[in-house]
Design a protein around this ligand. Structure first.
Ligand code: NAD
Length: 430
């Protein structure tokens, strides 16, 4: 099939490259010239495990994948997948600016298309957005009839950054929210080479499945962090508690790693957007989900409270922060706990020495200039008064790196017993 993917970020580029690998002919449309040029040289503009290899494997296949800034290129395709960003507004609500722009520009181009064209959204959008925003924009700017000339669907993305390429080829499920059978059938055809359960439903249900999924994952993290905080008061190791819990098949052991909480480009912003929409639009205040956010906000600051217990006033103290990305194997620092921790450390007058194998450049763009970026773990911890492990990159997981140091572990990166033999070790909630 001929497919246009609108927005070539984490979701769009992985989707586009994966579909091209499966034999489709794909064009990425992005507003960012630099990003488009980079992709056209078969180089990934983002760090995502396996993506560079996947792109270079496509270099020799003519017509497999290319990128462009010209929306008119969607005319030669059978369908468009909208994968643009949906960031938070300052009040937590979803910012649909990029989605509106994409829908409007697709509509303008489809004005001159004769045949049927499917527009499916993969961006995370508040339930009701396809019906209330995307369909009216497509209809207005194309002058065509949605349902007859333009098919519409919603196809949520569930990728985990760091494992996105692998997840594209073996997802847990494919959700197809369809306006009608024709739209759903065409979208199902796109994924015919991928072995995964396919669930077809209406569009608003599919939009809600994405939010419910992220809300549940976030709830698991705040739940186990709350249990961990209680365990810590009792001198009980929460990781042993989770081991005991995990034998219950209804509970399992996934997403129950206690630590400094969730971050990233999805869970925090999606939860905020759902709470905002539910409270202000749907008429339900969502108290449980609000509490999940509150527990998470407090959890990140615990690492600083412990540093203050160990060092007293942090003014002038050298603090090594290991990890800037919100999790290992990505360079994404959006809503990363490390960014919040560093901002508070700087407010308290600490001298911050940060190290991350991949995310330094992205962190530099969002943090004040006073942070000293280091080129290795050794370089960061060298003359530091205290080491905070904020992201569990594999290279941080060697207790022997921290001989004689004060170490506060936010991610259970180290074995507490082994670490206590070589340094002053404290877990954030164990
Ligand atoms: P991103 O910011 O990495 O990429 C978005 C891309 O869209 C950028 O390249 C940007 O230049 C481009 N863009 C913006 N406006 C555009 C326009 N009008 N036309 C064409 N291109 C435009 O975002 P992302 O992380 O890939 O997320 C995209 C969507 O997928 C969001 O709704 C997000 O919530 C959702 N999602 C993300 C993940 C994840 O792990 N990153 C997982 C599941 C779902």
């Amino acid at each position: 099939m001929m497919i246009s993917v609108i927005g070539a970020g984490y979701v769009g580029l992985v989707t586009a490259a994966g579909l091209a690998r499966n034999g489709h002919s794909v064009v990425c449309i992005d507003v960012d010239d630099l990003r488009v040029n980079t992709i056209n040289q078969w180089v990934s503009p983002i760090y995502e495990a396996g993506l560079d290899d996947l792109l270079s494997s496509l270099a020799s296949r003519s017509g497999g994948l290319r990128a462009s800034t010209a929306y008119r290129e969607i005319l030669d395709t059978d369908l468009s997948l909208i994968c643009v960003g949906t960031p938070s507004n300052s009040n937590g609500s979803i910012n649909l600016g990029h989605v509106r722009d994409a829908a409007k520009r697709i509509g303008q181009v489809l004005r001159s298309k004769n045949g049927y064209h499917l527009v499916a959204t993969r961006s995370t959008i508040i339930p009701g957005t396809t019906r209330d925003v995307i369909i009216p924009l497509l209809a207005k700017y194309s002058g065509r009839t949605v349902g007859r000339d333009i098919g519409v669907a919603y196809n949520p993305e569930f990728l985990q950054e760091g494992k996105a390429v692998q997840a594209f080829f073996s997802p847990d499920r494919i959700i197809i929210g369809q306006l009608d059978k024709r739209a759903g059938d065409l979208l199902a055809e796109v994924y015919k080479d991928i072995a995964a359960p396919v669930f077809r439903t209406d569009i608003t249900t599919a939009e809600m499945i994405k939010y419910a999924s992220n809300a549940f994952l976030a709830t698991k993290v705040s739940f186990i962090n709350e249990i961990a905080n209680i365990c810590q008061k009792l001198g009980v190791d929460v990781y042993d508690v989770v081991k005991g819990l995990s034998f219950d098949y209804r509970i399992g052991d996934k997403f129950l790693s206690a630590g400094i909480g969730f971050g990233g480009s999805c869970l925090p912003k999606d939860l905020r957007a759902l709470v905002y929409a539910s409270s202000n639009k749907f008429g339900y205040p969502a108290p449980l989900l609000k509490a999940v956010l509150d527990v998470n906000a407090a959890q990140a600051l615990k690492i600083i409270e412990i540093a203050e217990q160990k060092l007293g006033n942090l003014d002038g103290k050298k603090i090594a922060v290991l990890g800037l990305a919100f999790k290992p194997n990505t360079d994404d620092v959006r809503d990363a706990p490390a960014i919040r921790v560093i901002r508070v450390l700087l407010e308290k007058g600490a001298v911050v020495k940060a190290y991350d194998p991949e995310a330094t450049e992205n962190a530099r763009n969002v943090l004040p200039g006073r942070v000293e970026y280091c080129t290795s773990v050794a370089n960061a911890i060298d003359d530091s008064d205290c080491v905070l492990i904020v992201t569990e990159w594999a290279e941080f997981r060697d207790e022997n790196l921290y001989q004689g140091k004060i170490v506060i572990d936010g991610r259970r990166a180290l074995d507490p017993q082994k670490a206590r033999a070589v340094c002053d070790y404290q877990g954030v909630c164990w």
